[in-house]
Design a binder for this molecule. Sequence first.
Ligand code: FAD
Length: 471
Amino acid sequence: DTALVLFRRDLRLADHPALDAACAGHERILPLYLHARDEEAPWQPGGASSWWLHHALEALQQRLSAQGATLHIAGGDSLARLRALIKASGARAVYWTRRYEPAAIARDTALKAALRADGIAVHSLPGNLWCEPWQLATAEGLPYRVFTPFWRKLRAQLPAEQPLPEAHARQWLQLSGSLPLDALELLPRIPWAGGLAASWKPGEAGAQELLEVFVDDALADYANGRDLPARHGTSRLSPHLHFGEITPRQILHALQARTQRMDARRRPDLEPYLRELGWREFAHHLLYHFPQTPTENFNPRFDSFRWADDNPAILRRWQLGCTGIPLVDAGMRELWHTGWMHNRVRMIAASFLTKNLRLHWQHGARWFWDTLVDADLANNTLGWQWVAGCGADAAPYFRVFNPHTQAAKFDPEAAYLKRWLPELAKLPTKLLHEPWRDPDALTNCGYPAPIVDLSATREAALRQWQALPPR
Ligand code: FAD
């Protein structure tokens, strides 16, 4: 008999429980991608994500062809498409990997009910997280709101099972009528994606390569190196994780296997890195239990916070990296060019937008959504609410990042600043860290003067925060 396997944010063949179960239980498998942008509203993939998706589907198609299979691509209403394909293939079952965004949950719940009413077996399986969001709860049976106890609980029960090997169907089914990938129009019409293409290799193989480089290289010094934006001190696996080209279980086992073979005295400490993957799990836990948080403050105390009036010209200068604050601009330009920004710089650019410019965190979240190759509703929402101070377990509001001090501390040679602000590359490092000492030297290079005074705007933000009603 035949089963359909629907690929979504699980664009891989290895460690894929849904595909594995389908191959074990059915004679023939139709691998399927349904393109239904409208069903993701209001968080349809942005420009950079769409670019990634195109190439990730291409890579998946290549892996399937190595097994003699073809990814069937279709567009339009998911339920109508599935019904048509079920009829054409004679399938009795549909498999997919679970998703946790509110729009996806609503859509999947409706699909499940409709298909089951048609007499079709629907199997939704885990695979993209270490732990399903509803499997962890506080002693009172409530969702976690604080990271440390969440992580303590999760850390004690990380998956011990080995990741699954690449799945093989007994027979891959091919149907006529598949769309060519280009018909999905995921690539930009104006060719702005050259920097993305130069920076990334979407797909399962690209993910495994990055993992190997990371384990060989940056892992040993991750606890320090992760804060230095000029270095490749982190794994850069975030877009691969978002699109499900690699699983956290594969990462965990690869790290454990590699480090166990090492001399105990030289064995790197895995904890700081595992903890970051723990934040990803926490973000999914929060999004699942508090699905309103992509557009609402997690902490309602901030609902009366007085944001500055919307100012498109100021927002635009932040987006384009022309604020006159070097570390913020370097980060925003890295984002525009590569579709990614170093985590520490994300925090600083976000703090500058929400505290010094006092623009609503949702303006920033939207821009990141469109420009990040790793744009992820759970992680992006957590990141923005954390920086803005209104999130679960957020940074205390009064800790406003000072971009100059941060640059001096984490980019001591100004290598990151000089890479992304080439117009300033000839200036002395000290001046890049303390630009107020000779502002003319910067403007003479064609670099803009600061759009705001950092300390005056910091004071103004703190006054607004102090005016909030008590907790
Ligand atoms: P590594 O340091 O190698 O970490 C490994 C993995 O752990 C990452 O790939 C990621 O999946 C996860 N992770 C690490 N840090 C965090 C974190 N703080 N929160 C949640 N998961 C984390 N991450 C996204 O994946 N998508 C986003 O849309 C996103 N938006 C963000 C917005 C803001 C304002 C901030 C401050 C952070 C955001 N992050 C987001 C989190 C973090 O910046 C990125 O996950 C990280 O920079 C990715 O680089 P990496 O893969 O080299 O990370």
